[in-house]
Design a protein around this ligand. Structure first.
Ligand code: BES
Ligand code: ZN
Length: 620
């Protein structure tokens, strides 16, 4: 720091940070990193608590109200900068005093900075605002888009940088705050947030929420609908539309056990209750780890509890991500790679190693394909440590962060032994709870527990700062998949499908079977498979999505209505991307893709339309 002003700021931020983290002595490392996806200048002034008062207007698709922030600031701060995107700011006040403010120029990715003047004595500000009907985080589902078909159902998705489209905030994962909220909704509806939640409908439609632990803005969440609650265990339960509730309750019967297993692995659950809400099918992700209340897609409700590893994943985020948070989106692998590792450990504890290895192997196969694909576009993006400056952080959301991240941690485990690694992780979560973590800081913690031989074996830099997959990666094997391969071989070599021994195959074996079909399989063979195994009629979305890859590429048109139905109803991006991609590979089906999309697009959240618009070169 050459400039004297910067030196002062540096000192001020150390003071600010040590005020906030009384028990933490690592103040210098904790200076907040520059986040290139936020306009905030947290070392000058930052929020520490927010009180939100919101009205939910279904008819006009608007959230309106006031957000009041408590602010920590350096002594000479004279402004605070928040992030906004598409918000209408009505006024800014401090108690009875109007504060002057301006909205800066719009950046394509970041939106607009809201710069508010801070008179000397002011450390509390209230922003009166409303959202626009097209707010990127919010999807205003119509009754037809729900399971019950009777009522609207808005929900938010804030990660990575969409919180700013429904709350003016410092939208950076390193800035944490506690919050209270009062949300008013039409009579008869339930409102839920990433906070202490109601379990019953309030007669007046007014709900009060409290999140007493500090969280980053990307974990702010709200949904409103015809929702009911059913308990699963002492600390767990499920929310869903009434017609879905029993199915969801059946599907998640092992949730309490997952929570207990997670705690046995890496220490106490810090958030009180753990509930899940199953949203309508346009939810763009599999799940979102909103604290105390995971938001989940109904595409995991398969009827046989076969897709619940997603719950283990979102639950694991209660430690990796929600307690120890990636400092910017360039360190996204610290959230997701750790979470996949933790998810695997929960699955192993609850269902056994044989089961969790099938999951690991499916992901590994996906990773190999994605590495080839991403390397062809930009090999920088197959490094764990990313540089997303000037780009949408969404672009960092690939199998690299998840599955290369997982394999790296598994490599460490296999090198130093499970006991030593578990102890390390336990204290990692404990000592860094409610703090940010970046790659450098994590590696210095890791290096401190490794001896020279272990370092030589792991080759950390190859994993973190180099493209592709290091050749010393762990090897995952599954007897069950080897058996599937053998049955497949028999069929390819002329045996009948009826003679294949598939009696006790799990969903994962079926998915492996479908993935392993010859790439140039013809439609007669596809038809034979469908007649025998009825894949097109499967109620399991993972099987359907894998199967449609085969039917589309082989032009097995009998499945077309099912493909269309799937694309129109399901908005989960993980399924949409490969399905549309397969459709646009051939001229013969390209038009089909566009026709389906023109019908389906209105059902998707902005996260999904963003990706599909680009994929299909869709002009509005
Ligand atoms: N936090 C992510 C979802 C996310 C990531 C949203 C980045 C926005 C930006 C969530 O925990 C997640 O990883 N979901 C996965 C499921 C999982 C089992 C891999 C998904 O939605 O597919
Ligand atoms: Zn995740």
């Amino acid at each position: 720091m050459k400039h004297p002003f910067l030196i002062v700021l540096g000192i001020v931020s150390i003071v600010l940070i040590s005020c906030q983290n009384k028990n933490n002595t690592k103040t210098v490392e904790n200076i907040l990193p520059k986040d290139h996806h936020s306009f905030a200048e947290p070392q000058i002034a930052r929020v520490s608590h927010l009180d939100l008062s919101l009205n939910v207007d279904f008819d006009n698709k608007i959230l309106s109200g006031v957000v009041t922030f408590q602010i920590l600031k350096s002594p000479d701060a004279n402004e605070i900068i928040l992030d906004t995107d598409g918000l209408k700011i009505e006024k800014v006040m401090s108690d009875d005093m109007d504060l002057s403010y301006k909205l800066g120029e719009r950046d394509k990715i970041k939106g607009r900075p809201l710069i508010i003047d801070l008179p000397e004595a002011v450390n509390k500000i209230s922003i009166y605002y409303q959202t626009s009907p097209g707010a990127k985080a919010v999807q205003w589902l119509s009754p037809e888009q729900t399971a019950q078909k009777e009522d609207p159902f808005p929900f938010t998705q804030s990660q990575a940088i969409l919180a700013r489209s429904w709350i003016p905030c410092q939208d950076s994962p390193g800035i944490r705050f506690t919050y209270n909220a009062e949300v008013t909704v039409p009579i008869g509806f339930m409102a839920l947030m990433s906070a202490e939640n109601p379990q019953e409908i309030d007669a007046d439609g007014t709900y009060n929420f409290k999140m007493p632990q500090p969280i980053p803005s990307y974990l702010m969440a709200l949904t409103v609908g015809n929702i009911e609650f059913k308990s699963l265990g002492k600390r767990t339960g499920v929310y869903a539309e009434p017609v879905m509730l029993d199915k969801c309750h059946y599907e998640f019967s092992e949730m309490e056990q997952m929570l207990i297993s997670a705690e046995e692995l890496y220490g106490p659950y810090a958030w009180g209750r753990y509930d899940v809400i199953v949203l309508p099918p346009s939810f763009p992700f599999g799940g979102m780890e909103n604290p105390r209340l995971t938001f989940a897609t109904p595409t995991i409700i398969a009827g046989d509890r076969s897709l619940t590893s997603l719950i283990a994943h979102e639950l694991a985020h209660s430690w990796s991500g929600n307690l120890v948070t990636n400092s910017t989106w360039d360190d996204f692998w610290l959230n997701e790679g750790f979470t996949v590792y933790f998810e695997q450990r929960i699955m192993e504890a609850v269902y056994g190693r044989e089961y969790s290895e099938m999951l690991a192997l499916l992901s590994f196969q996906g990773l190999l394909e994605e590495i080839v694909e991403i390397n062809a576009k930009n090999a920088e993006d197959t490094k764990l440590k990313l540089n997303l400056e000037g780009r949408d952080p969404d672009e960092g959301m690939s199998a690299i962060a998840y599955d290369k991240g997982y394999l790296f941690l598994r490599k460490v485990e296999e090198t130093i032994g499970r006991d030593k690694f578990d102890n390390f992780l336990k204290s990692y979560f404990n000592e860094n709870a409610f703090h940010v973590m970046d790659t450098k800081q994590f590696l210095s913690l890791l290096n401190a527990v490794l001896n020279e031989e272990e370092k030589g074996e792991i080759r950390i830099d190859d994993w973190v700062y180099a493209s592709g997959l290091p050749d010393n990666h762990p090897v995952i094997t599954s007897e069950k998949f080897i058996n599937v391969d053998a049955e497949m071989k028999k069929w390819i070599e002329g045996a009948t499908l009826a003679s294949i021994d598939s009696q006790n195959w799990s969903t994962h074996e079926w998915i492996h079977f479908i993935h392993s079909l010859p790439e140039d399989i013809n439609k007669e063979k596809v038809s034979e498979l469908d007649e025998e195994f009825k894949f097109t009629q499967s109620g399991n979305c993972e099987i359907l999505a894998a199967w449609f890859q085969v039917t589309i590429r082989s032009e097995y048109e009998i499945a077309d209505p099912a493909v269309e139905d799937f694309l129109v109803n399901v908005g989960r991006r993980k399924f949409l991307t490969p399905t549309y991609k397969a459709l646009i590979e051939r001229d013969s089906t390209k038009e089909k893709a566009r026709k389906i999309y023109s019908k389906a697009r209105a059902n998707y959240h902005s996260v999904s339309t963003n990706t599909m618009d680009e994929l299909l070169d869709w002009k509005l």
